[in-house]
Each structure stands twice: as C-alpha cells, then as structure tokens.
Design a protein around this ligand. Structure first.
Ligand SMILES: [Zn+2]
Length: 200
C-alpha cells in the first residue's frame, strides 16, 4: 500500500482555498518546509483553534473572537444606520474605507434557491427584528451587483414593506459584476454617497 505524500496532500488541501492556485499552494508548502518548524507548529495550532475561537457575532453575524464583535460593542457607532453585506470580506472593505460609521448585518451569502439558500440562512428574520426593536432609520444594502445580489436586495425591501425605515442601495461606481470586496476606497466612498433609494 502506498502512503500519501504529505507535500502533495497538504498542497492539494491548500489549493482548495479560493484565490490559491495549485502552484501557489505547492510554493507555500515548500516555503513552510524551509522555514523554522516552530512557524508551522504555530500555524497548525492557530488553525486547530480557529473554529473554537472565532464565532459569529450574536448581533450582526460578523466573524469575531468575542460574542459581540468590536463594531457592535463600539459606543461611538451610529446605531440608526445598518449596512447589509453578503460576506465578512465586504464588511472589511467598507470598514477599511472609513466611509461608514454605522453598524452591519452580515448575511454570509445571498438568496439562491438552487443552492438551498433561503432567507432563514441569511439571518433576515434577525435583521427584521433589529429594525423593529433598535430604532433603525436606514438600511443601506451593499449586496454585489449580481442577479442574486439584486434579488436579495429586492427581497429585503419586500420584508420591510410595513416598517418605517428608509432603504437605499449602494450602486454607482461599482462596475456591473464587480465585487465590493475588491473595490478601492474611493469607489466605496462614491457608492455610499450616491446610494439610491429603494424605499422611502
Ligand atoms: Zn457584531
């Protein structure tokens, strides 16, 4: 029986991470072999604890090392404006742009019936509750300009129909099919300033 080659095994596993191709994965493994074993041990320890240590924030869904994430627990944030994003990476891009001082709701996806992703998986009930109970005045939808992003935005407008909340969507400046995650600071700034009304 032939044993699995550990280099091959690890690089195959790493190459499944989005953005890491087969070549970079192999390069990474060789780099680790050349670096001090302590580095790999520490990396392994961090990976082993990742799922135990990082949880979704109980309020906004953002991955965080604490039950309530630093954004939700920051008293200086504007709690009347909530920005709805697809993924944590989008939240980070918006945070790094410094253009938004409100709070977030991270859906961890978009509506996609084909993949079995319905509103319950996106935490939209919890979003509705927050709007009802926390005096939120504006929802800024920052879904990506894709068909699923559009459908999800329209769905949010629909479930908030009876609520006294303004809904806007960032759009201008983001190229069609362009992801928020990769947008630069200026593009994010423009898209927030020129956000369009979806519901008064
Ligand atoms: Zn949070």
């Amino acid at each position: 029986m032939s044993e699995k080659n550990p280099i091959q095994e690890l690089s195959e596993q790493l190459s499944r991470i989005p953005g890491l191709g087969k070549k970079s994965a192999v390069r990474m493994v060789y780099h680790l072999l050349k670096t001090s074993p302590d580095f790999s041990r520490q990396l392994g320890a961090n990976l082993m604890q990742l799922h135990e240590k990082v949880k979704r924030c109980k309020i906004c869904g953002h991955f965080s090392g604490s039950e309530i994430c630093p954004i939700c627990s920051d008293p200086s944030r504007d709690r009347k404006t909530i920005c709805v994003v697809e993924h944590d990476q989008d939240l980070m891009t918006i945070e790094n742009s410094g253009q938004f001082r409100g709070i977030f709701h991270v859906m961890h996806g978009v509506l996609s019936p084909i993949d079995g992703i319905g509103p319950e998986k996106l935490g939209l009930d919890s979003l509705k509750r927050r709007v009802l109970n926390e005096g939120i005045q504006e929802i800024i939808i920052a879904t990506n300009p894709t068909p699923e992003g559009d459908t999800t935005a329209l769905y949010i407008v629909k479930i908030m129909e009876e609520m006294r909340v303004t809904i806007t969507r960032i759009a201008t400046g983001l190229p069609v099919g362009g992801d928020i995650e990769y947008a630069d600071r200026l593009t994010i700034a423009r898209s927030f300033h020129a956000r369009m009304s979806m519901k008064e």
